[in-house]
Design a protein around this ligand. Sequence first.
Ligand SMILES: Nc1ncnc2c1ncn2[C@@H]1O[C@H](COP(=O)(O)OP(=O)(O)OP(=O)(O)O)[C@@H](O)[C@H]1O
Ligand SMILES: [Mg+2]
Length: 296
Amino acid sequence: MNPFMYGKIVTGKHFFDRVDELKRILDTLEGGNNLVLYAPRRYGKSSLVKRAFEELEKKGFTTVYIDFMSIYSREVFIKNFSNAIVEKKSSSIEKTVKKVAKLIRGIVPSVLFDNVGNPQFSFSWIEGNDKEATLEDIINLPEKFATSNNKWIIAFDEFQEITKLNGESFEKLLRSLIQHHKNVSYIFLGSRTHLLKDMFSNKNRAFYNSALLMNIGAINISDSTEYLIKRFALDKIEISNEVAEYLIKRVDSIPYYIQFIAAEVWQQVINYDMHVKKINVDEAIKSVVELKADYY
Ligand SMILES: Nc1ncnc2c1ncn2[C@@H]1O[C@H](COP(=O)(O)OP(=O)(O)OP(=O)(O)O)[C@@H](O)[C@H]1O
Ligand SMILES: [Mg+2]
């Protein structure tokens, strides 16, 4: 199997480097502060946060991750966010559902069983009820569950997309509620950097100055080189320091493209030459560019 992975959130042995960034994220969130993490597409934001969450879970925090990219309405937000929260409660789902029923106005929660018999959280709307009230209760739900011994950390990925949901009112509501949360910290991520930065540094916006801004850049060259050499070596493929560096520089050290091109190179040499040369890198880049040109 190809040891390189691209296009998905990477964890475990696929993840490398980002040691300093990881520390900064952990320190900020553990200290109870909020953080904004921005970088262009494919730099590895989502993977980095998943990585940070693994560490935080080990330290007794409860972490919840949701992606605003797929949230196109307030109803979908309510559904996705409540699901993500309920999934995180370690007590039985029936117990959790009872609690949720008390804490959230406007819905009737229930337990459904999926086709393999696993219990799942579900709910129906109470006719004619105010969805604004439901939204408020859902936003406050993490603070209801969190305690000083079990703090919660919430990641809102592609957070700039929140403006799709009825303009500024949702943004204002969210900010006005979460500023009172004592045992919950938030990390906001996004790839549309100017939009996201504006949300937190423009005086007229609800989230003005409410979180520390942090940017991640391309990945460290020597760490990436070491990673490539190691990963190829697992399949007894040789790549010199020089060629590994060449690959990384050709793609401007962007994590996604390092993995993408390395996967392509691996394909070329496995069961064949077992030795990576510059020409393999050039060919991989060329074939990827051609492949993409077919699409667009
Ligand atoms: N630390 C890392 N170690 C190894 N590969 C990485 C790392 N970070 C990112 N990648 C590579 O980049 C790809 C994209 O990572 P990820 O989805 O985390 O980035 P993103 O910034 O959230 O991207 P998007 O803007 O598309 O949401 C991954 O599939 C992986 O191939
Ligand atoms: Mg992402």
